[in-house]
Design a protein around this ligand. Structure first.
Ligand code: PLP
Length: 866
């Protein structure tokens, strides 16, 4: 019989054990092994059957067991100590507080930062993520917590989260959506002062209203607010808005994003009102999905009497937008008609004309589609500061969005990059971390201390090759056990009887070179590249002296049949009795699986179509566990591959024919494995230790270890983006927002007067017939500014090395000074350029707008070139 309603009855803990509740509800346990050990020790069996979920574990304990534990003095003492440790973690002055107290940070660091994301991957217990974007958001919050950065996360609570993956007999992906009960999750409902659930509401077309409750997850020090529309007072359709992560398309998706953006800002206001937390000074949107947050903040300011343009300035200054994908399918686009239904007609708000909202997401550039509303484009228009997620992706993004800044070179497009990182306490194998901490003389491994200890020889307290190899084998062995368990479970689900599954005990070996490949399955990640030449792959797997084994996992988007066909193709290959002991596909890739997968693999394989992998992070997690990367030079690997930390698969980037490109890259992959990776792995000394391999492992840990940390990444966001955004936001908000009004009016006057700005004539002098390094070129430019004042513009000499086609390639722009003013808006500007390099040199002159409130010269997309 099916229940019509379900809820979870919470355990009432005896007074002596009350602290367990806080320890279970603060998700720090998900990256703090001692806290997990405390819970696991209560009842190892229940711990395993609840999949390591403290809240579920406490729920599973009967009153007798609880009474027994309450009477166990030693246990009660351990609980107290763990709670005291958690409180220290929550209250200590960390990096951010120390920086705020120093001269550097005292007047610029924001009091709070809001971080919006459609998904958050924190622990498999809270399945609110589908892949890299969500895991990155989770790692961002965890590292912010470790650094003391005052972030508030904002997201949605999906009733079913992302799907669970299983397989049919013939290898087709099946999705199931287990319903989550928020009362049984490590969440707390945000309540009003009178104890009723706090609620945010949004108007919907047709006179309907969408209500949502706000659940709060404690991610260490960081609160994460999750909006849930499955609440009383909503009609049936409104209840379903948060039913699934990336469930429907079109209008359902738009409603989710309105709830996330608009509802998210309202939830932040509630949060501050009810808890006294400071209002965010900076709003960071992780990809475009939450972009309506900017529209809501404009609405708030319009209500206070600002015009749309004035409000836009104030909002932009304090907004950071991170783009995550160069793949068009990864960007949300809605029909303009649909968006009009939500911001036009009866839904329109005074001062917020629907045309202005539509203009924010308009693809009004070459090649754009005039009928769509593009969330990434809106993100860039609302975000005064924007970034991609690796150096290469920054460059690709500047090219991709160049059309929004007409007249500027791609290089000047104001999109910078912050390379992703990963939260090492979450991703480093606990035994590996413990060994490392032990040799460093620490109680726990901190991100700061990452890795230096591994470099020291055995002689001074370091780790010997033998020890390092032994722990790597232990980690590989644990993966082998885990893979056998998962393969058996999967085959049972596919209809096999236990009697048919004897072979599963021989799947994989703890002594064979293990290559991992796990990720979502969009086409560009090329799950099946390894199958390009099945006979060659077989030969590698079955090599008599130097065999290789492959562990593969990944979910396809439920609507992506092509992805499911790739999975099926791979699964069918792994079903072949000839190779099934050397290659496995493990269904249901999630955080829990990932945590055993990365530590157990010797090599982490990634073969995307360059440059479509914006960053990628799984290879970083592998590196932190002593894995070596074998990857196409894309995303983060393009930046940090150094020849010693793994292998680069040569990319056939310029080859147009996709099939041929796959052939070439697959062949290069087989060659590398056969000729370099396997020989080095199996090159052993008399003790069976591969010395050269371990050199690469140590090198990886020592050099990549510190770079791939998410604390490094969050630190960069703070200093390069949040602090400047907070400063800009504060400047514009002073004096009742007078500077925001002034900036809006200034932009308006510059825009309307720009058509009359031009460079009339340029003179130069000072160099002889044979210019030499060190010579001074004097440039004098005559410009017309129409109604604009000389201080509204900067006249720049742009100079540098030129190509044969007279294109200035690497250029520097230097301002010229006002030299003379004539009548009718004409002026002369002059200055010197020192020739500081030999070779072909060229220069030109341009006029750009200038104002202290502009984060970049390209901000207005206005330029007058000579
Ligand atoms: C790290 C991780 C990802 C993202 O990996 P990419 O390398 O960015 O594809 C996806 N899913 C899980 C479960 C992860 O842990």
């Amino acid at each position: 019989m099916r229940a019509i309603r379900r809820f979870t009855v919470r355990t009432l803990l005896p007074a002596e054990l009350r602290d367990l509740d806080e320890l279970a509800h603060n998700l720090r346990w998900s990256w703090h092994a001692p806290t997990r050990d405390l819970f696991a020790g209560i009842d190892p069996e229940a711990w395993a059957s609840t999949h390591g979920d403290p809240v579920a574990l406490l729920g599973a304990l009967g009153p007798e067991r609880l009474a027994e534990l309450a009477a166990d003095g030693a246990f009660v003492e351990r609980v107290r100590a763990a709670a005291a440790d958690l409180r220290h973690y929550l209250d200590d002055a960390l990096w951010y507080q120390q920086r705020a107290a120093s001269d550097e940070g005292s007047d610029s660091l924001p009091a709070a930062i809001a971080y919006f994301s459609p998904e958050f991957g924190i622990t498999s217990v809270l399945p609110q993520y589908s892949g890299g974007l969500g895991i990155l958001a989770g790692d961002h919050l965890k590292s912010a917590s470790d650094l003391g950065v005052p972030i508030v996360g904002v997201g949605l609570l999906y009733g079913a989260g992302y799907f669970k993956q299983s397989l049919t007999r013939d290898g087709w992906q099946v999705e199931t959506y287990p319903l989550l009960d928020p009362d049984g999750l490590p969440l707390t409902l945000l309540r009003d002062d009178d104890g009723t659930p706090a609620r945010v509401s949004l108007a919907l077309p047709g006179g309907r209203t969408l209500h949502a409750h706000v659940w709060v997850a404690a991610v260490g020090r960081v609160p994460l607010l999750l909006l849930d529309s499955n609440v009383p007072g909503n009609d049936e359709a409104a209840r379903k808005v948060t039913d699934r992560l990336y469930g429907g398309g079109g209008e359902h998706r738009l409603q989710q994003e309105l709830l996330l953006g608009v509802g998210g800002v309202r939830a932040l206001r509630l949060w501050s009102r009810l808890t006294g937390a400071p209002e965010p000074e900076v709003y960071h949107t992780n990809e475009g999905h939450a972009g309506f947050l900017g529209v809501e903040r404009i609405r708030e300011l319009v209500e206070q009497g600002l015009t749309f343009d004035e409000a836009l300035e104030a909002v932009r200054a304090a907004t950071v937008f991170t783009t995550h994908t160069p793949v068009p399918a990864g960007i949300d686009r809605f029909g303009r008609d649909l968006v009009t239904q939500y911001f036009g007609g009866d839904m329109a708000v005074d001062g917020l004309p629907v045309e202005r909202v539509l203009a924010l997401g308009a693809e009004d550039y070459d090649g754009g589609d005039p009928t769509v509303f593009n969330m990434a484009v809106m993100g860039l228009r609302l975000g005064g500061r924007a970034n991609g997620v690796s150096l290469l992706h920054g460059e690709v993004s500047r090219g991709m969005f160049e059309g929004l800044w007409p007249g500027f070179d791609a290089r000047e497009v104001p999109i910078t990059s912050v390379t992703n990182g990963v939260h090492s306490p979450t991703w480093v194998d606990p035994a590996f971390a413990a060994l490392e901490a032990d040799r460093l003389g620490l109680d726990e491994l901190t991100a700061d201390a990452a890795s230096s200890g591994w470099l020291r020889g055995a002689g001074d307290g370091g780790v010997s090759d033998g020890e390092l190899w032994a722990i790597r084998r232990e980690m590989r062995g644990r993966l082998v056990d885990e893979a056998r368990r998962r393969v058996r479970k999967s085959w049972r689900e596919r209809g096999a009887t236990p009697a048919e599954l004897g072979w599963v005990d021989d799947v994989l070996s703890p002594d064979v070179l293990t290559i991992g490949f796990a990720r979502r399955v969009p086409t560009y990640k090329r799950l099946t590249l390894m199958l390009r030449d099945p006979e060659r792959l077989k030969a590698l797997l079955l090599h008599p002296e130097r065999p290789v084994q492959l562990v593969v996992a990944g979910k396809s988007h439920p609507a992506d049949d092509q992805g499911k066909r790739l999975i099926q193709q791979l699964v069918r290959f792994t079903d072949d009795p000839e190779v099934r002991h050397r290659i496995v596909f493990l269904p249901n890739y999630d955080i829990a699986m990932a945590q055993s997968l990365y530590p157990g693999c010797d090599v982490w394989l990634n073969n995307p179509l360059r440059p479509l992998e914006a960053s990628g992070t799984s290879g970083m997690k592998s590196a932190l566990n002593g894995g070596l990367n074998l990857s196409i030079l894309d995303g983060w690997w393009d930046e940090w591959f150094d020849g010693e930390n793994g292998w680069a698969i040569p990319t056939a980037d310029g080859v147009e024919d996709a099939d041929r490109r796959d052939d070439l890259e697959a062949a290069a992959l087989y060659d590398l494995v056969e000729q370099q990776v396997a020989p080095r792995f199996y090159d052993r000394d008399t003790d069976g230790v591969p010395g050269r391999w371990l050199e690469m492992v140590r090198h990886t840990l020592a050099t990549l270890g510190p770079k791939v940390q998410a604390t490094r990444m969050v630190g960069e966001y703070v200093t390069r983006l949040y602090a400047p955004a907070a400063a800009a936001g504060r400047t514009l908000a002073a004096d009742g927002l007078a500077p925001a009004r002034e900036l809006a009016h200034w932009k308006e006057s510059v825009r309307s007067g720009w058509s009359r700005v031009r460079v009339d004539h340029v003179d130069s002098s000072g160099i002889g017939e044979v210019p030499q390094v060190g010579d001074r070129l004097t440039v004098r430019a005559y410009v017309s500014l129409g109604d604009l004042r000389p201080e509204d513009v900067q006249v720049q000499v742009v100079h540098g090395r030129v190509s044969e086609a007279d294109v200035i390639e690497e250029f520097t722009a230097e301002p010229l000074a006002l030299a003379e003013t004539y009548e009718a808006g004409r002026h002369a500007f002059a200055g010197d350029v020192v020739l500081d390099a030999s070779g072909p040199f060229g220069y030109t002159v341009r006029v750009v707008p200038t104002h202290t409130g502009l984060p970049s010269v390209a901000e207005l997309g206005l330029v007058a070139n000579a």
